[in-house]
Design a protein around this ligand. Structure first.
Ligand code: SF4
Ligand code: FES
Length: 327
């Protein structure tokens, strides 16, 4: 099936969603996605950040779709034409979605552990307004301990349902979820009952904001001062392939390896995540390559080398002679 997204045509198999097709083209046209998660069945359809404009439904029916559609839930039709970044109207609509997501979300990035790797923070910078028009009191909740390793800040939650899906898909008994509806919706504390599961720590990795944080890492370090490395160990519960976050020689946290869409390549077990915090526990494969736009990559010296090469190239083109080489 042929689909054109922002003027770029691609051939995709039947059943591919617009979001998946856009990701196949690349990050320059892929819409942001706060609730869709490739590895979680039935995810997507909650946050509306992935909306796109369909200017031609298909070759058979070339009419445009009357309003923006959620690209994570809309399958491609043959001959479909889609606009994302090339449509000013669509970008304005997405700005509205971000404004909605931020209605209740506190602007506490300076003290939030997710700062630097929060998708809502990125979205706010890329699509947000400078100030809110909301005049009412924001929702506020007490913090909740989910077991001894995870903290829930419901105040920051954007109700993307990813953690609900993780718990739902790692345990046989449904003991958690979103209770109440509309403005009063909140993640049920029954989620705490899923905590016995060996894979429960993955709710931290899937949470796109700082609502679910790792208590063993909280307030230890700003993420941009750490050095992530890919590492592995022999594990009988998961693949043992993780990302180990170092501060000097100290292992400050262990997470799943995230791909360029900020999704876990493989879910990891709690033992790898919490119980192996010495560098000697791990076989270090090398520095993590952060391919997505992220402040975390700023701490990697290869960027400085690249910058230095660019400067030298420009100096050469301008015939500039460095001070130490001048006669
Ligand atoms: S706690 Fe995080 S992962 Fe769970 S619904 Fe809220 S924002 Fe999503
Ligand atoms: S990512 Fe599509 S609706 Fe949330």
């Amino acid at each position: 099936m042929k689909v054109t997204i922002d003027g770029i045509e691609i051939d995709v198999p039947k059943g591919t969603t617009i979001l998946q097709a856009a990701r196949m083209i690349g990050p320059e046209v892929a819409p942001p996605a706060m609730c869709y998660y490739t590895k979680l069945k039935t995810s997507g359809g909650y946050c509306r950040t992935c909306i796109v404009k369909v200017t031609q439904g298909s070759t058979a029916n070339p009419n445009p779709m009357p309003k923006p559609v959620a690209s994570c839930r809309t399958e491609v039709m043959d001959g479909m034409v889609v606009q994302n970044v090339t449509s000013p109207d669509l970008l304005e609509a997405r700005k509205g979605v971000v404004e909605f997501l931020l209605i209740n979300h506190p602007l506490d990035c300076p003290v939030c552990d997710q700062a630097g790797e929060c998708k809502l923070q990125d979205l706010g910078y890329e699509h947000g307004s400078a100030k809110t028009r909301y005049e009412f009191k924001r929702r506020e909740y007490e913090m909740i301990d989910i077991g001894d390793k995870i903290k829930l800040h419901m105040t920051r939650c954007i109700l993307c349902y990813r953690c609900v899906k993780v718990c739902d898909q790692i345990t046989d008994n449904r003991v958690h979820g979103v209770v109440h509806r509309g403005d009063a919706s909140e993640i049920s504390t029954y989620i705490a009952k899923a905590i016995d599961n060996d894979f429960s720590g993955n709710v931290i990795d899937v949470c796109p904001v700082g609502a679910l944080t790792d208590k063993t890492f909280r307030f230890k370090q700003r993420v941009w001062f750490t050095k992530p490395v890919d590492a592995h160990r022999k594990c009988d519960k998961c693949s043992g392939k993780t990302r180990v976050w170092l501060k000097g020689e100290e292992v400050v946290r262990v997470t799943s390896r995230m791909d360029q869409w900020n999704e876990a390549e493989e879910f990891i077990c709690n033992s790898c995540r919490y119980d192996h915090k010495r560098t000697s526990d791990w076989v270090i494969e090398g520095p993590t390559k952060i391919s997505r736009h992220s402040v975390i990559s700023q701490n990697h010296y290869e960027h400085l080398n690249e910058l230095k090469l660019q400067v030298l190239k420009q100096q050469k083109a301008l015939g500039f002679m460095p001070l130490d080489k001048r006669p």
